[in-house]
Design a protein. Sequence first.
Length: 534
Amino acid sequence: MHAAEVAEGKLSRREFLARATALGASAAAAYALIGVSPAKAQATPQQGGTIRIQQDVRAMLDPPTFNWPQLGNIVRGYLEFLVQYNADGTFEPRLLESWEVNEDATVYVLNIRPGVTWNDGRGTLTAQDIAWNFTRWCDGNWEGNSMASRMAALQNADGSGPAEGAIEIVDDLTVRLNLTRPDISIIPAVTEYPAAIVPDGWSGNPADDPVGTGPYRLVEYEVGVRAVLEKDPDHPWWGEGAYLDRIEFIDYGTEGAAHLAAAEAGEIDMTYETVGEYVEIFEAIGWVQSESVSANTIVLRTNRLAEVNGMRPYEDARVRRALALAVRNDVLLDLGYAGLGTLAENHHVCPIHPEYADIGPPDYDPEQALALLEEAGMADFEHELISLDDDWRRNTSDAMAAQLRDAGIPVSRTVYPGSTFWNDWANFPFSSTDWGHRPLGVQIMALAYRSGVAWNETGLASEEFDAMLDEASAIADADARRDVMERMQRFLIEDGTVVQPYWRSLYRHSRPGIIGAEAHPIVEIHVHKLALEA
């Protein structure tokens, strides 16, 4: 059915590949169904060498509590994932050899790749290891465990762990997931950076105890400075690639000028990402540019649970709606990200998501914004807008503050360095946060807006919204799911949940001669693909 929709122009190639491979088709089979061949790499990689990557090196956590993709990039050299999400939209089996999903997406059979071994000599990867990871992911009482929101269809009634019989070990290399309700997002969920696979019984810090199945070993980890991976000569790896001897992640802070200076000085070989005005500058110095279409974005949001001077100023929906009405999203895109993106509509569902509903642009009405604040008794309240001290997030927040002031709304700005901002990002009363791409709109909704989940930074807790999310997550057909998503999008706008102004095009630059450095929609770096040209 979906292949026919591609032929009729109703479905993009990327959407088709994501849908088909998420439900068990191989990438080769999916491409064949629409009569095209996947692109083939032309450059020949050499064995050996070092690649140095500009990237933040943040404090390490237990994987299910990872809250930034940079952590996933570093551990990806030795902690591997069941499935990998590729830039073309396909889901590629890694520690899984394959999977099957029943017709209503209530049963998933996971077939584990045979012969995968742990790097500390404890033996081979088994179904018990996979079951241990799913069990940990279901623990909604574990503070910071964002995987719990992704595993809601496997959880028991109180969300403290898996439902009885939900995780079934069939044999040493097979796990069956028996969901409590249909959920099409399980495979996309296990590709995400908090879903790194650890051995049965393990829990801790991967920087202190770097046990895994991958081809590299961690030899250095200093927060804010550097992380270093080296090829592990004592561990027989199952996969193809892992060409390099050494991979260095070097932390130059958040300023693009520092990244550019490092490139011009020959201190790095590729960027984690390149933003704003530096996109053109890196291209001008002769570095290779790659771009990824993405649902990566910035959210300027209030937290209705946060207290300011003994009150909760954002508990009132009129205050939240007023802030959105006073802001033009096109101004935020131009001033915040140099226009390098597309306009968004304040509901966090992207046109590249299969279930996106086009409900038109948000309203802009500064006079109505002031009237709502007067009605709420908040016209004289001074809002404090907090942001990270970097280029695009700081600039976007500055642009919003300026528009609010132009509308007659008092606002001050506070800018924190990363070490301060990242520690408390979800709890600020009014702040900006960057959110990564997810293949499905329902994934974003589950991570950011379901009641009580680890990454819910707005304080939204709505049984009505949660029920719509459950309904949407159970519908495999994107056209049918779009009807529910439209209701969810309208709910978020009418609630004034967020100002979400634009979708970012993602850019990455590398010096000539680097293989595998292409931009990725979730800013992932698949380190086993990195190499130097022969």
